[in-house]
Design a protein around this ligand. Sequence first.
Ligand SMILES: Cc1cc2nc3c(=O)[nH]c(=O)nc-3n(C[C@H](O)[C@H](O)[C@H](O)COP(=O)(O)OP(=O)(O)OC[C@H]3O[C@@H](n4cnc5c(N)ncnc54)[C@H](O)[C@@H]3O)c2cc1C
Length: 492
Amino acid sequence: MDKLTNKSVYDVLVVGSGVAGMYGSLQFDSSTSVLMLAKYEKNVSNSNLAQGGVAAVLDLKDDSYELHIKDTMIAGGNANDTEAVDVLVHEGPGDVLNVMNNMGVEFDRKEDGTLDKTLEGGHSRRRIMHYKDSTGAELVRKLLAETEKHKNIELGENTTLYSLSRVKSGFRADIIKDGKLGSVFCSYCILCTGGIGRIYKYTTNPKTATGDGIRAAYELGAKIKNLSYIQFHPTAFNSEDGEQFLISESVRGEGAVLKNCNKERFMQRYDERLELAPRDVVSRSIILESRRTGSNNFYLDITHEDPDFLKRRFPGIYEGCMKYGVDMTKDFIPIFPCQHYLMGGIETDIDAKTTVPRLYAAGECANTGVHGKNRLASNSLLEALVFSRRAAQDIKRCMAAGFPSVCEYPSPVEPVPCGAPVPKGIKTEIRSIMQRGYFVLPDYGAIRSGLNQIDNILKRLKSGGFSVTTEFCEVLSMATAAHIILSEVDEK
Ligand SMILES: Cc1cc2nc3c(=O)[nH]c(=O)nc-3n(C[C@H](O)[C@H](O)[C@H](O)COP(=O)(O)OP(=O)(O)OC[C@H]3O[C@@H](n4cnc5c(N)ncnc54)[C@H](O)[C@@H]3O)c2cc1C
């Protein structure tokens, strides 16, 4: 980031170094200057944690675009944007082939060399490409290596976007680095800041996921849509220390069954698709079953499978369970739902354009409408690829049409060295409000009291006097996202 002090004007600012941020950045040629920000280290992101894989129809002999569209719409409760789904399903295979053939991304193959595709809940065909059980880490590794080869892409690690404001033909971005606030200017901005999982106590998301890009867009006047469409994954490891690592859907895809506190299967009470019903259905079923049995103890059982196959197919999950003394080849895995994914976000069209000119959003922070009310497994990495590419393509079209570059540089923001630190405990307060009010099923009483508490937190944060640090930025984003989500649920 030292270079940032030399250069403060970029053609494109990409906020985020997950799959959406990197793949979007890579679409520009050497004549376009790109600044790509990562709030913490470059590989801390939801993308890096993705296990199951990326869904795409690569083989029309056994699968079809129509079937992938149908599965996506059924999982989404038919609340999906059909145009966006059409783009996702038809263009996604091209992007998957591009990262495979041109960027070195590897997926598991069978002995005969063909892709070893797997099945996940809600998919009617085996169409999930995966790299063992760490597909996201493979994508991040290879895309990062690609971005490092592109001299026009400058990476700002440990650098936080605090806010965006409009200037003539572009934006001023106020950013925090080493505790200092400074500004850069850009003609176009693509927000790829990921989800909001950290507003919950129980989430699979890493510390980056506090909704900063969503708040920055909201403050700029961009439309935010369906922020209450939150996916609760049914099977996170349920440890006593609260660790919530994901037990991928593909474990059920390979035959694992769910059991209640009495070690009995129960999905037949709730849905005929049993363990392979979409995530929202399985999560709701677990919560209803917990109310029926009076217990939060649930298990995944895949002990009937060949132990060698399980260790080979799920090395990361096997290791993760073993850390807690659970051997998935012999023991039932203790699980419970947790927050996992955000379907809604910054409203965009199919070119990833937000309602603010020159501002784009892609990946998990965007509401393209592809997921409807519930994301089909492995469709989000695909969405991050397809729509970050489309954002970049639209920007390239605007540049080629001669849209003026950023041309007004107001004085940069003065550093705020001596404000008070943000009080401790606010993040914990927001998380318990969200857990009580809206976790899998809403509790309307808790939502109303929670909204009052959140309003008070927001008033306090906005009253001034706090230094603008990454911690302050995150708390403000979390409170803003919580406010929008609870208000939306309350209005329904
Ligand atoms: C455990 C887990 C497993 C998953 N498994 C799958 C799967 O198998 N298949 C699938 O399709 N999807 C899966 N998902 C979902 C998928 O990983 C994400 O939806 C997708 O990777 C999001 O990519 P993204 O680029 O939009 O955001 P992210 O990958 O989350 O990247 C966000 C980036 O934004 C940066 N950022 C955030 N705020 C700021 C700020 N203020 N300033 C600067 N930078 C900022 C972060 O540092 C980070 O670099 C999984 C998610 C999790 C958590």
